[in-house]
Design a binder for this molecule. Structure first.
Ligand code: NAD
Ligand code: IPM
Ligand code: MN
Length: 347
């Protein structure tokens, strides 16, 4: 089990440390962890947010556990040198096109959702976010128009094969759940979205058991807080999926609870919390490590087919929350390390 561990910036190292403790506590045979530099930390050391040596470590690994990148002191750098390029580069270089972001309420946590408890209780959805295309990876720039005004521009595009492969991930995920797939787009305005919708409908023919619906992203943002129980699997593009998943986290209670898996065609994957480097609380032992610990569970399940230890981690997290383990994000006072302790104890 060759796992690359890229902790990154801000709270990245703090939350990753706890997830690594949990992985080690399982006593898995053949577990081999290799660390690597990413983000602002890598830029300061190697002059690049995703150095060749890190990329080589990622390529050699079966799976990657990722903390977070992002450092406001690097925001003046040219875009290709900014910390965020580490995660974008890994997603692109490793072909990690399918991002799974599950959002489910933990038992007894209704009161911690930003929604009314009776609404929050219904949340059990999976966002399938396309991760290799969209406006994220199109050409972009800032140019000067003939009249002298500056103009920022970003090209949004999806090719049909890119939509088709994420559609299959969405339909397959729905087959393993409640067989409901909602494709979120902006086809009333964007040609990119119109093609997206057409391809979704084409692929649907191969999954007659799945009920496919379509929703515009503005309505989806509203429905997600009005009645989240209507969603089973949501499939959407890179930008919309980024935004909707942060929103879904507050329906569950905290962004510190949502894990993710970024998958390629095979078993290789990168696993990270959906949150960022949280510079406002970095270095204060205030970050909730549960999203990263739950990402480690997804790593075991998706890259190694290790369902039993994955379920063990998830059960320990659920029990910790059930026992009242609360970080600052959930109105409590337990630090990052103490929450890690609580999970390890319950394993
Ligand atoms: P963020 O997710 O880092 O933080 C948003 C808010 O949520 C902050 O108030 C933060 O304190 C809180 N928060 C986040 N994670 C938490 C946790 N585990 N426990 C408790 N509270 C938590 O988003 P941001 O502030 O917009 O961005 C900060 C930096 O992170 C930026 O440089 C951004 O580009 C980067 N970022 C990186 C990733 C990634 O590495 N995949 C993801 C998102 C943002
Ligand atoms: C995420 C982050 C990244 C994204 C940033 C840091 C590039 O917000 O993983 O959700 O936008 O995908
Ligand atoms: Mn995001």
């Amino acid at each position: 089990m060759k796992i690359a561990v890229f902790a990154g910036d801000g709270i990245g190292p703090e939350v990753t440390e706890q997830a690594v403790r949990v992985l080690r506590a399982l006593g898995l045979p053949g577990l081999e962890l290799t660390e690597g530099d990413v983000g602002g930390a890598a830029y300061n050391k190697h002059g690049h947010p995703l150095p060749e040596v890190t990329l080589a470590t990622a390529r050699a690994a079966d799976a990657i556990l990722f903390g977070a990148v992002g450092d406001f002191s690097c925001d003046h750098l040219e875009r290709h040198l900014r910390p965020e390029q580490a995660i974008l580069g890994l997603r692109k270089e490793l072909g990690l096109f399918a991002n799974l972001r599950p959002a489910r309420l933990f038992a007894g946590m209704e009161g911690f959702s930003a929604l009314r408890p009776e609404v929050a209780g219904q949340i059990d959805l999976l966002i399938v976010r396309e991760l290799n295309g969209d406006v994220y990876f199109g050409e972009k720039g800032i140019r000067t128009l003939p009249d002298g005004r500056r103009q920022g521009w970003d090209m949004m595009a999806y090719a049909e094969d890119e939509v088709r492969r994420i559609a299959h991930v969405g339909f397959r995920a729905a087959m393993g759940r409640k067989k409901k797939l909602c494709s979120v787009d902006k086809a009333n305005v964007l040609e990119t979205s119109q093609l997206w919708r057409n391809v979704m409908i084409e692929v649907a023919a191969e999954y007659p058991e799945v009920e496919l619906s379509h929703m515009y992203v503005d309505n989806a943002a509203m429905q997600l807080v009005r009645a989240p129980g209507q969603f089973d699997v949501v499939v959407t593009g890179n930008l919309f999926g980024d935004i909707l998943s942060d929103q879904a986290s507050m329906c569950v209670g905290s962004i510190g609870l949502l894990a993710s898996a970024s998958l390629a065609e095979g078993t290789k994957g990168l696993y990270e919390p959906i949150h960022g480097s949280a510079p406002d609380i970095a270095g204060q032992d205030k970050a909730n490590p549960l999203a990263t610990i739950l990402s480690a569970a997804m790593l075991l399940r998706h890259s190694f087919g290790a369902e039993a230890p994955a379920a063990r981690i998830e059960a320990a997290v659920a029990r910790a929350l059930g026992d009242g383990v609360r970080g600052f994000d959930l109105g409590g006072s337990m630090g990052t390390r103490a929450i890690g302790d609580a999970v390890v104890e319950r394993l």
